[in-house]
Ligand binder design. Structure first.
Ligand code: OGA
Ligand code: MN
Length: 289
């Protein structure tokens, strides 16, 4: 099999074929890791990974973050195991609705995510794509005045904030990610721990920039997301069952695209923890070993 890495044409993303992720040797892994760092989003069509194989692939990138209890892979789905569909006001569905806003995974946790692996199992007849936006290219494209303005700014990140903004009141301890401690504070400009490239670290969980009034902060953060998440920095993937995608949460935002929620959409997600040296939030970094 010949490994083929085809860039999407956007500033991020590549389609990778000629590799079986379930049988990855170290040489192939090295190729994939290099491509991951270069393209930030890798799309592997038609892999049909078992849950165990998806977790093993995630482990290549680092430690697995446990989103629910001790689970290393979780469904992102509007369908229960008995086949019935979640109702609008159920927490699972509200989280899926939340995923339709641009975000980076686990930025609201003390240790933000490094990577996420998502696979498609059941896809709706229309919509339900996933889209990614390149925060490296977005940072580069900012005018000098904005770069100077944000250079020393940080924002808090909270899933209570982002879900609250779409009308979902998270119940303490109700499900993954409703971190009940002090919300993490993170610089708006992140330096990638491997490539050294600067990127915008923003998204829907970010709020409350210290030193700015709440409305000013919201306005600036909304403006940055709107500017950043535009062509040629975005790539949208229309899923087919069996596809697997991995992305670099340290330098991309992503969002789910809407679909008719009366139809089932079943995805499986494995999340890889960041490194304490680079993904631990500011107040926590001071107490890190
Ligand atoms: C996620 C996520 C988007 C989607 O799994 O973290 O944001 O398209 N998913 O399901
Ligand atoms: Mn996500």
């Amino acid at each position: 099999m010949t490994l083929t890495i085809t860039p999407t044409g956007a500033t991020l993303g590549a389609i990778v074929t000629g590799v079986e992720l379930a049988n990855l040797d170290d040489a192939r892994w090295a190729d994939i890791e290099r491509a991951f760092l270069a393209h930030a989003v890798l799309i592997f069509p038609s892999q049909h990974l078992s849950e165990a194989a998806q977790i093993d692939f995630g482990r290549r990138f680092g430690n697995i973050e446990h989103l629910v209890a001790d689970r290393e892979i979780v469904p992102i789905s509007n369908q229960r195991v008995d086949g019935t569909i979640l109702k609008d006001d159920e927490p699972g569905l509200q989280l899926m609705r939340g995923n339709e806003g641009w975000h980076t995974d686990s930025s609201y946790m003390p240790l933000a995510a490094k990577a996420s692996v998502l696979s498609a199992h059941v896809v709706p007849s229309a919509g339900g794509q996933t889209e990614w936006a390149d925060m490296r290219a977005a940072y580069d494209a900012l005018d000098e005045e904005t770069k100077a303005r944000i250079a020393q700014l940080s924002a808090y990140h909270s899933l209570y904030y982002s879900q609250g903004r779409i009308g979902h009141k998270g119940v303490v301890g109700s499900s993954y990610g409703f971190h009940t401690g002090e919300p993490p504070l993170r610089p708006l400009v992140k330096v990638h721990p491997v490539t050294g490239r600067k990127s915008l670290f923003i998204g829907r969980h970010a709020y409350g920039i210290p030193g700015l009034a709440p409305e000013e902060s919201e306005k600036l953060l909304d403006r940055l997301v709107a500017f950043a998440c535009q062509a040629p920095r975005t790539y949208c993937h229309a899923w087919r069952p069996g596809d697997v995608v991995v992305w670099d949460n340290r330098c991309v935002l992503h969002r789910a695209r809407p679909f008719d929620y009366r139809e089932p959409r079943v995805m499986k997600h494995t999340r890889v923890s960041g490194e304490p040296a680079s993904e631990l939030a500011v107040p926590n970094a001071q107490i890190a070993p």
